[in-house]
Design a protein around this ligand. Structure first.
Ligand SMILES: NC(=O)CC[C@H](N)C(=O)O
Length: 196
């Protein structure tokens, strides 16, 4: 069977690291910046970066509505950090005009871990990912404040939800693309394969 074609939304953020991790996980990875490129992928990663900027660029590039449509109609999608924020139905204290794609019935708090703790690493046990905890790299990371009934909580750190899944949509507060451990990218690649 052919490798799943998985895009990385390449408007802003750490695109190259995700392309590398997806390739290592067995996907045919491509960057996606335009609607026609989105049409050509089976699944999409929304990377970390800065969610306000990403939101503005999504509007500017005419990508917001195509993204909403693909996610609503079941395309597998994985958001890390700023990408998690993009998948939230609601953000606490959004910057004015900050739009999201939505897809996961959750409320997300931006920069939630606070100034004292802007960046840190922690071992995180993720439900469904075998082989022990993953190294979670948190960089001005959001956490999930609350979830709706259809959302599965996959991981917590310090009493806060940091990984969730709803159907074909996956999100983590942290950045597995920065660690060389490709288990989460394999997990997502398997989600894309089983959506075929
Ligand atoms: N590493 C990240 O993606 C940080 C996310 C950023 N704090 C935001 O609000 O968009």
């Amino acid at each position: 069977m052919s490798a799943p074609v998985i895009g990385v939304l390449a408007l802003q953020g750490d695109v190259r690291e995700h392309l590398g991790a997806l390739t290592a996980a067995g996907a045919d990875a491509r960057s996606v910046r335009r609607p026609a490129e989105l049409d050509a992928v089976e699944g999409l990663v929304i990377p970390g970066g800065e969610s306000t900027t990403m939101s503005k660029l999504a509007v500017l590039f005419g990508m917001l509505e195509p993204l909403r449509t693909r996610v609503r109609t079941g395309m597998p999608v994985y958001g890390t950090c700023a990408g998690m924020i993009m998948l939230a139905e609601k953000i606490l204290d959004p910057r004015s005009g900050q739009e999201t794609v939505g897809g996961i019935d959750m409320i997300v708090r931006r920069n939630a871990f606070g100034r004292q703790n802007e960046s840190f690493e922690a071992a995180v046990e993720v439900a469904g990912v075998a082989g022990g905890p993953v190294e979670g790299v948190f960089i001005r990371a959001p956490w999930v404040e609350s979830v709706g009934a259809g959302v599965e909580v996959l991981a917590e750190h310090g009493g806060h939800v940091v990984a969730v899944r709803q159907g074909a949509a996956l999100a983590t507060s942290f950045h597995p693309e920065l660690t060389g451990d490709h288990r989460l990218h394999r997990f997502f690649t398997d989600m894309v394969r089983s959506a075929r």
